[in-house]
Design a protein around this ligand. Structure first.
Ligand code: PHE
Length: 474
């Protein structure tokens, strides 16, 4: 065990960093919109149950692995599995997946930074033009924004765990909470705001079906940063005295609360813009909501508070999303950084240099796959559809491998590392855990129905996405 491994300075630092990872672009727009479309309060209820009964045990297992091994994910699988080569693939995927997700997340963060800069420059009116987004993502200025985002991420990560990740989270997360509250407070004063709140909160159980349930679980899984090796890596930076069970609960609650509160910002804004909005017609994609739909709404605020006021609100909104995205991006780049420096014994600086180059090349390829370069735009085809390079990265790693990684965590912890070791690790810092109902539930669920659910989602996704087959009726 490495004595000189850097650690978070406090439990709060760890919780804020992990919550910073969890609170991302998905929470702020994607969650509220899919909740509204898929049954409002009914979706919120199901989502909360998924977080508590399916995601929380997986989160605790990931954290326990990292803290016990005090290593990056690859090293954790190796040490806790006594060098069993069968688990090598799981360890490799726990590092390669975040590396690839970092690529697609970087692309979106760069666009957000672009929109943030443009609102600061007073160009909200052009952002609200229907054709603007298409032109923007195909203009060469995105590469300048990319350079700036890469610089920010590297500056934070170069600082290391305490001076980099923890310090950034301790500033960015409270700032994010304040901005969110200010925006919610403002938006709720708009005309027709309550119509949006109603759609968001009033339950409609008739919307529930297998595909909504699948979507809700996938959303919860992604939102809590599970299956990405992130929580394993961050937990390898906490001390043996810390309470993992309590910390995991705090992270899950913070993430879900931010997602819920974000709905009180987004839905009222949409309904005050157009009280007759049909929720079913709202776009499912966070990308089109953030970059196409919301700028229109933000610009329309000028009738109330003038162009400057509308630009200020838009600036605050994009800053909020940018802060959320940066803490997530930092956490995901940290995984391969930790692995490279742990495995190869090289400095963080060198590891970051290598990764910046590698992710940089792939991010540029993704960025050019929205029309700039034909062979990347129509990169391949499966499931009866033409797919760009970006689509492939998204489909393979986000949609398919994430639940698979979660499945590996459950199987590894329960059947290789073993229940008793998990319980022992979780009891350290949380003395009431041993013998509790929670312990029984975690051990039972992780060894039975959670892996079955994750395996079903994985098989179903592969069948529908890549082979165009409909299994299990969703
Ligand atoms: N929880 C993040 C989100 O909702 C997911 C994420 C974490 C993505 C880390 C990338 C990196 O956006």
């Amino acid at each position: 065990m490495s004595e000189n491994r850097e650690h978070f300075s406090s439990r709060l630092g760890f919780i804020l960093a992990a919550a910073g990872s969890a609170v991302g672009i998905g929470n702020l727009v994607g969650f509220p919109v899919s909740a509204t479309k898929n049954g409002g309060g009914a979706f919120l209820l199901v989502y909360a149950l998924f977080v508590a009964f399916i995601c929380l045990p997986v989160m605790m297992a990931e954290m326990a692995m990292g803290r016990k091994a005090q290593k990056d994910p690859l090293g954790s699988y190796k040490i806790l599995g006594n060098n069993d080569t069968k688990w090598k693939l799981a360890g490799f995927l726990a590092v390669f997946t975040p590396f690839m997700i970092a690529v697609f997340y970087m692309v979106i963060t760069v666009w957000i930074f672009g929109y943030l800069t443009q609102t600061a420059l007073g160009n909200l009116d052009s952002l609200a033009n229907p054709g603007h987004f298409g032109l923007f993502i195909n203009s060469y200025t995105v590469f300048a924004y990319m350079a700036a985002v890469v610089l920010v991420v590297n500056l934070i990560l170069l600082g290391g765990v305490k001076q980099g990740i923890e310090k950034a989270a301790k500033f960015l997360m409270p700032a994010l909470f304040v901005m969110l509250i200010v925006l919610v407070g403002y938006v709720l004063t708009l005309d027709n705001a309550m119509a949006g709140v109603k759609y968001y909160i009033i339950p409609d159980f008739s919307k529930m079906n297998a595909s909504v349930l699948n979507g809700a679980l996938a959303q919860a899984f992604f939102s809590l940063s599970l299956g990405m090796g992130i929580l394993m890596t961050y937990a390898s930076y906490i001390s043996k005295k810390d309470d993992i069970v309590g910390s995991a609960k705090m992270v899950a609650i913070t993430d879900s609360l931010v997602a819920f509160v974000a709905g009180l910002m987004v839905l009222p804004a949409i309904f005050s813009f157009d009280p007759n909005t049909d929720p079913a017609a709202l776009s499912d994609s966070s990308v089109s909501m953030i970059f196409v739909y919301l700028p229109k709404i933000l610009l329309a605020l000028q009738h109330d508070i003038g162009y400057f006021g509308a630009s200020a609100v838009a600036f605050l909104f994009f800053l909020l999303v940018f802060f959320a995205a940066i803490t997530s991006l930092v956490s995901i780049v940290e995984v391969p950084t930790a692995t490279l420096s742990d495995r190869k014994g090289i400095s963080r600086k060198k590891a970051l240099g290598i990764l910046t180059l590698a992710t940089g090349v792939l991010t540029v390829l993704c960025t050019m796959s929205f029309g700039m370069v034909d062979s990347l735009t129509s990169f391949t085809g499966y499931g009866g559809q033409s797919k760009s390079f970006f689509d492939v990265v998204y489909d393979v790693f986000y949609d398919t491998i994430l639940p698979f990684n979660g499945l590996m965590v459950c199987l590894f912890v329960m059947y290789r590392w073993k229940k008793a070791n998990l319980s022992k690790e979780l009891s350290i810092g949380s003395p009431n855990y041993a013998g509790s109902f929670m312990e029984k539930y975690v051990n039972f669920s992780l060894s039975t129905f959670i892996p079955i659910i994750l395996a079903t989602i994985f098989i179903n996704t592969v069948a529908t996405k890549f082979f165009g087959l409909k299994l299990f009726g969703f």
